[in-house]
Design a protein around this ligand. Sequence first.
Ligand code: SF4
Ligand code: SF4
Length: 244
Amino acid sequence: MIETEEQLAGRKLADGEVFHFACHAGLSCFNTCCAMKRLPVLPYDLLRLCRGLGLKSPEVLERYLELDLDPGSGWPVLRLKLDDKGRCPLVGDKGCTVYPHRPAACRTYPLARAVAAGPGGRPGGETFLRQEAPACLGWREERPMTVDSWVAEQGLLPYQEANDALLGLFFHPRRRGRRLELEPAQIHAVVMALYNLDVFRRLAGQKDFAKRFKLPPQQVRQALRRDEDLLLLGRDWLLKQLFA
Ligand code: SF4
Ligand code: SF4
């Protein structure tokens, strides 16, 4: 998790700046970059992976992900578990096997996106940075792109929207600048409410959930119908659990 400007790596792109990039199976580097990186899987990434794989969240967590603690912030983070050859567990001979549901980090590359948390947890401005790696031949292709055309082409908007909705939790004013020291039970609660949605749904579905945690009954009903709303309910439940 990027907490300060100094942690940003890569050259910032100016507004409307054109860069040249294309990634395709004709390049000799094709598929080689889906290895040796324990990529972060954010809450909405996991929701989409479950949907794409047709699996419940406990199964996806067990098969493909490992738990880590972000050294700067102390938040639990999930990362793709590499196979014994150091490859992403979701890569196949012809590329990504979950391409329509691939995580935001995979969609955003060859850029990186950093967002500052503004007042009330709203996004306070975003920055895109070039992530140039010598082995990535896509940078030698002549196709002109801008940040906007890249975001549209890669289907990033719902990912950015879902990630930005969690800024108020991750950068809560009560912790900004300090590392969280979460108890094991709190780590478990974060993983359940943000990632293990099939388990959190069971808790949210209990008859007295809204009353017990002082959450609007209408929000709870809506969350039980749609996973995107369940994630927002998980955020609001955690705000109470961790920062009330
Ligand atoms: S062009 Fe870059 S992103 Fe595409 S496969 Fe090659 S190394 Fe990976
Ligand atoms: S999820 Fe897909 S695109 Fe991302 S690293 Fe794995 S195989 Fe590559």
